[in-house]
Write a protein that binds this ligand. Structure first.
Ligand SMILES: CC(C)(COP(=O)(O)OP(=O)(O)OC[C@H]1O[C@@H](n2cnc3c(N)ncnc32)[C@H](O)[C@@H]1OP(=O)(O)O)[C@@H](O)C(=O)NCCC(=O)NCCS
Length: 328
């Protein structure tokens, strides 16, 4: 008997503070930095993003998304036997305790529940899904909570207009459960550490000081080039693993970084725009949170239906890239 990891509930959470591109332009003007709604929309498709207030951390956003996913799954928090959190903006510098552990505590889960973070930047949620799927298929876990939670507003340099307008805060979560019904059908993960310097946060703590920049650094053109070259190829690799074609994909859910990258990948795959879930316009790039936010949006607004095949695909810092094909 084949055991699958099946999504049984999803949830998401955006902090209430919403900044439109005009709000951004006004805020940046105060710092002597010029941008416009037209530039941001044309180059990235982004129209707005959400920012967490001071004192609100990735775990707070993640716990709220998780509560909704657990409720949608119709289980109790203590039925979860593992939490995996994809985040590049953990609550604590250095990442410990892990944001997953903090979320576990905030959900009131007492014991018999492992918790760990996965760090694969914008591809983090797919690394987390793939890891969770392995734990479920091996029989080690029955119900895993996978959270993508980010507070990028803390790590962007507002004087660097090429990056600061692109990112936002938010969280999404899914509960993956062991099932005899098909769920996750294929996963593919890749990495190339040799391209680490085109998208990174170079700073590190060293004896009480921060050595290097504590802000996201991105060579936008280089990342763009890698994204449009890998996203469709890795999507096809996942489909080929189980002998499916793009015509059998009901929804493409790409990492939400840039509408131009998403449209280009969909076009290369022959998937029409109407079968692509897009949230980047409202959320900006929420890194590890972007795919679960998009899936929850599609499920709750009724577009994604049980039995449909969803193809998730992402590329992120590392570089890391991957795809997860799942039957809902
Ligand atoms: C970042 C990105 C939107 C920039 O778009 P681009 O078309 O490459 O733009 P460029 O960097 O060539 O900049 C073009 C001009 O716009 C200017 N510009 C950059 N940011 C600007 C902003 N926020 N507002 C106004 N002008 C801006 C530049 O200074 C440049 O001006 P110049 O021609 O006078 O020098 C694009 O490279 C991109 O999306 N990259 C991938 C990002 C991504 O997906 N990252 C996450 C992956 S996980």
């Amino acid at each position: 008997m084949t055991i699958y990891g099946k999504i049984i509930g999803t949830g998401s959470y955006l902090p209430p503070k919403r900044l439109t591109n005009d709000d951004m332009a006004q805020m940046l003007a105060g710092l002597g930095v010029e941008t416009s709604d037209d530039w941001i929309k044309t180059r990235s498709g982004i129209e707005a993003r959400h920012y967490a207030d001071d004192g609100v951390y990735s775990s707070d956003l993640g716990a709220k998304a998780a509560e909704k996913a657990i409720e949608a799954a119709g289980i109790g928090a203590n039925d979860i036997d593992m939490i995996i959190c994809a985040t590049t903006t953990p609550d604590n510098f250095g990442g410990f305790p892990s944001t997953a552990c903090v979320i576990q505590h905030k959900l009131g889960i007492k014991s018999n529940c492992a918790a760990m973070d996965v760090s694969a930047v914008c591809c983090g949620f797919l690394y987390a899904m793939s890891t969770a799927d392995s734990f479920i298929r091996s029989g080690m876990c029955k119900r895993i909570l996978i959270v993508g939670a980010e507070t990028y507003s803390r790590i962007i340099d507002y004087k660097d207009r090429t990056t600061c307008v692109l990112f936002g805060d938010g969280a999404g979560a899914v509960v993956l459960a062991a099932s005899e019904e098909p769920g996750i059908l294929a996963t593919v993960l890749h990495a190339d550490g040799g391209m680490g310097d085109i998208l990174n946060l170079p700073g590190r703590p060293n004896k009480g000081a921060i050595e290097g920049s504590p802000y996201v650094h991105m060579d936008g053109k280089a990342v763009f080039k890698q994204a449009v070259s890998w996203m469709d190829r890795v999507a096809l690799e996942a489909l080929e693993k189980i002998g499916m074609t793009t015509s059998e994909v009901d929804w493409l859910v790409p990492h939400q970084a840039n509408l131009r990258i998403m449209r280009s990948s969909a076009k290369k795959l022959g998937i029409p725009d109407e079968r692509v879930i897009v949230t980047v316009n409202e959320h900006g790039n929420t890194s590890g949170a972007s795919i679960p936010l998009a899936i929850d949006t599609g499920i709750r607004d009724g577009r994604i239906k049980p039995g449909q095949n969803i193809l998730m695909v992402a590329i992120g810092g590392g570089l890391t890239w991957g795809a997860v094909l799942v039957k809902i």
